[in-house]
Design a protein around this ligand. Structure first.
Ligand code: NAD
Length: 301
C-alpha cells in the first residue's frame, strides 16, 4: 500500500481563493480591506524570508499590509508601545509579531499585549482559553488550524478516532490537541519525556508530529492506514552541499504504511500562511459585525 499524498500546496491555494472572495465581499459591503500589521525585530535571515512571504501573500488576496522593521536592540517598552498603538488603530485588523524575539524581550508579555481581537497568531491567553473551553470566536493558531484542514481533506468525520500529537509546544502541539478533542477524537499528547513512543504512535488513527527531530517517526511506528501529518521542518545539508528541508517523519518508510501523509516541504508549511490570511479575514469580519451591532444599538437607543 502506498499512502495518498496530502497536497498542502493545492489545499492552501483553495484557502487563499476563499479568503480573496471573503475580502472582496467585505469591500463590496463598504468595509475597508483588512490590514495585517507585521512586526519584525532584528535581522534573522529566516524570519525576513517568512515575513516577506506573509506580506506578499497578504497583498495577493486583496488585503493591505503594514510592515514594521525594528532593530535588534529595540527595548521591550518600545515594542509594547508600538503594539498598543496598533491595538488602538481602527485600520489594523490583525497584528503579527514574528518570533523568535531577542532574549531581552519577554515573549509572554508581547502575546498578552496584542489585543485578542487582533491576535491573528492565536497566542493571546484569552484565545488560548477560548479554544481550551471550546468557545466560539477564538482566533486559532495558524499551524494547528491548517493541520485540521489537511486532516479534513482526508476524513469527513473524525469523531471517535484515536489521535496522537507528538510535541507539546504552545504554538503547535497543545492547541492541536485541543482542536482534535473539539472534533471528538480521543486525544493523547506525547513529548520528549514520553516513554514507549513507538507503541503509542502505532495506536493512532491520526498522528500529528511536531518535534523538530528529523526522522523521529519511523515507518514501523505507524498504524496501517493512519493519517500522518508531519509539521516538523528542519534545514539540513544535503549531499550536494545545498540545504534541504526535512520533516520529523521518515517519509520513504511511512508512505508504505500510512493511508495518507503530508510531504515536507509542500504539506503543512503552505497551509500555515494561508491560515494566517484566513485569521486576518476572520478578525476583520468579526470587527465588522461588532461595529454593525454597535450601530444598531445606537439606532435603537
Ligand atoms: P518546540 O521546540 O517548541 O517543541 C518541540 C516539542 O517536541 C516539545 O514539546 C518536546 O517535548 C517535543 N519533543 C522533542 N523531542 C522529542 C522526542 N524525541 N520525542 C517526543 N517528543 C519530542 O517546537 P515547535 O515550535 O512546536 O515546532 C516543532 C517543529 O515544527 C519544528 O521543526 C518547527 O520548525 C516546525 N514548525 C513548522 C510549522 C509549519 O508551518 N510547517 C510551524 C511551526 C513549527
Amino acid at each position: 500500500m502506498t499512502a495518498r499524498i496530502i497536497d498542502g500546496k493545492s489545499l492552501a491555494a483553495g484557502v487563499r481563493k476563499d479568503v480573496a472572495e471573503g475580502v472582496a465581499a467585505l469591500v463590496a459591503g463598504g468595509v475597508a480591506a483588512p490590514e495585517l500589521a507585521v512586526v519584525l525585530i532584528g535581522d534573522d535571515p529566516a524570519s525576513h524570508v517568512y515575513v516577506a512571504n506573509k506580506v506578499k501573500q497578504t497583498e495577493a488576496v486583496g488585503m493591505r499590509s503594514r510592515r514594521f522593521q525594528l532593530d535588534a536592540g529595540t527595548t521591550e517598552a518600545a515594542l509594547l508601545d508600538l503594539i498598543e498603538g496598533l491595538n488602538r488603530d481602527a485600520a489594523v485588523s490583525g497584528i503579527l509579531v514574528q518570533f523568535p524575539l531577542p532574549p531581552h524581550i519577554d515573549t509572554a508579555r508581547v502575546v498578552t499585549t496584542i489585543h485578542p481581537d487582533k491576535d491573528v497568531d492565536g497566542f493571546n491567553p484569552l484565545n488560548v482559553g477560548r479554544i481550551a473551553a471550546g468557545m466560539q470566536g477564538a482566533l486559532v493558531p495558524c499551524t494547528p488550524l491548517g493541520v485540521m484542514r489537511l486532516i479534513k481533506s482526508v476524513h469527513d468525520d473524525i469523531a471517535g478516532l484515536g489521535a496522537l500529537v507528538v510535541g507539546a509546544s504552545n504554538v503547535v502541539g497543545r492547541p492541536m490537541a485541543r482542536l482534535l478533542l473539539q472534533e471528538l477524537c480521543t486525544v493523547s499528547i506525547a513529548h520528549v519525556r514520553t516513554t514507549d513512543l513507538e507503541r503509542r504512535c502505532r495506536e493512532a488513527d491520526i498522528l500529528v508530529v511536531a518535534t523538530g527531530v528529523p526522522g523521529l517517526i519511523r515507518g514501523h511506528f505507524i498504524k496501517r492506514g493512519a493519517t500522518v501529518i508531519d509539521v516538523g521542518i528542519t534545514r539540513i545539508k544535503s549531499g550536494a552541499g545545498a540545504d534541504k528541508l526535512v520533516g520529523d517523519v521518515a517519509f520513504d518508510e511511512a508512505i508504505e504504511v500510512a493511508g495518507a501523509i503530508t510531504p515536507v516541504p509542500g504539506g503543512v508549511g503552505p497551509m500555515t500562511i494561508a491560515c494566517l490570511l484566513a485569521n486576518t479575514l476572520s478578525a476583520a469580519q468579526m470587527e465588522a459585525a461588532r461595529s454593525k451591532a454597535a450601530e444598531v444599538d445606537v439606532t435603537a437607543a
